[in-house]
Design a protein around this ligand. Structure first.
Ligand SMILES: Nc1ncnc2c1ncn2[C@@H]1O[C@H](COP(=O)(O)OP(=O)(O)OP(=O)(O)O)[C@@H](O)[C@H]1O
Ligand SMILES: [Mg+2]
Length: 304
């Protein structure tokens, strides 16, 4: 396997493995201070990128208060992450083979763990007390460090889509991963919030962090905005944190083909009978410029 992401990638000895058999599984969380910055889009497109490279990947919707990963895989009836956390459901009944979402001929494998979208389930999750939240942390750690690296999943990468802000589930989701990708827009207190989040995080754990500045207006980049954005991110976020842990991975524009694809998807939901899946832009021939830029950023972060 090619060299991967993080010097802190943890060798895992899964239960039942022979001594000396090391499975290297890298856990990545996707987080942002404000909502709507592109976390779920990055989660799914990053997963598609890795599956296309031949890796075995699991994605987990930990945005338990406002799930959205299910939009990529409508009509699934498996148990949910909520059932694993609250009812001790077997992860084999939660994670389904979603490789078909990337393409039946994709060389890797995609396992998908969705969250429950019902109001009752969300209310239940939001009423969890401190003890229950600690139990959730333990169960997530077990999932990421033991269950998903082992048979039948044997994942190379685990990607956790989180909820925005400083919710306990989001902080826990980030804390148990090797690498956090922070997706932010340079509006709406996002830079300050990102700095604050990383500052808080680095008081206890030190996952490496990559920043993706997303949804920048194309005309700003065309007018030489990249340099100004880099300076701003350096001065407001990176240089204020312990050196070496955080880097700017790249800048994505508010891409017209992505906007068009997502708009067509929204329209199709209203008009067609069966629900279409949300488009994965990385594998969409109409989104080549997004796909190229996104792949370059991911290559820079992951190293494959
Ligand atoms: N680079 C981009 N170009 C165009 N549109 C984008 C881009 N990135 C994200 N979007 C759009 O922004 C919206 C929000 O994206 P997404 O749902 O991935 O954000 P999120 O951070 O997961 O949101 P939430 O906090 O609600 O979970 C979507 O409609 C998505 O298509
Ligand atoms: Mg989301």
């Amino acid at each position: 396997m090619a060299q991967v992401i993080s010097k802190k990638t943890i060798p895992i000895y899964p239960e039942g493995s022979h001594l000396g058999v090391i499975i290297m599984t890298t856990a990545v969380s996707i987080h942002s201070h404000k909502g709507g910055s592109g976390k779920t889009l990055v989660t799914m497109n990053l997963a598609a990128y890795l599956v296309k490279q031949g890796f075995r990947v699991a994605i987990i919707d930990m945005d338990l208060s406002a799930p959205s990963l299910q939009t990529y895989a409508p009509g699934r009836t498996e148990k949910k992450i909520n059932d694993y956390l609250l009812e001790s459901a077997d992860p084999k009944d939660v994670f389904f083979d979603g490789t078909y979402l990337v393409g039946d001929d994709a060389p890797g494998k995609l396992f998908v763990g969705l969250a429950n979208t019902s109001g009752a389930a969300i209310a239940k999750i939001n009423q969890r007390n401190q003890d229950a939240l600690l139990n959730d942390l333990y169960l997530m750690m077990e999932l990421v460090r033991n269950v998903l690296p082992s048979e039948p999943f044997e994942t190379d990468f685990i990607i956790i889509d989180t909820s925005p802000g400083l919710t306990t589930h989001a902080i826990n989701g980030v804390a148990i991963t090797d690498h956090v990708i922070m997706v932010l827009r340079l509006v709406n207190a996002d830079a300050g919030g990102t700095r604050q989040f990383l500052e808080t995080l680095y008081q206890s754990v030190q996952p490496e962090a990559s920043l993706i500045i997303n949804q920048v207006a194309p005309h700003i980049l065309e007018a030489g905005g990249a340099e100004k954005i880099t300076d701003l991110v350096n001065s407001q976020i990176i240089n204020t944190l312990p050196p070496g842990n955080v880097k700017l991975a790249g800048i994505l524009v508010n891409d017209p083909s992505v906007i068009t694809n997502e708009f067509n998807y929204a329209l199709s939901k209203q008009t067609s009978e069966g629900q279409l899946p949300r488009p994965i832009h990385l594998i969409d021939p109409n989104s080549q410029s997004f796909s190229l830029k996104f792949s370059a950023i991911i290559e820079d972060i992951i190293g494959v």
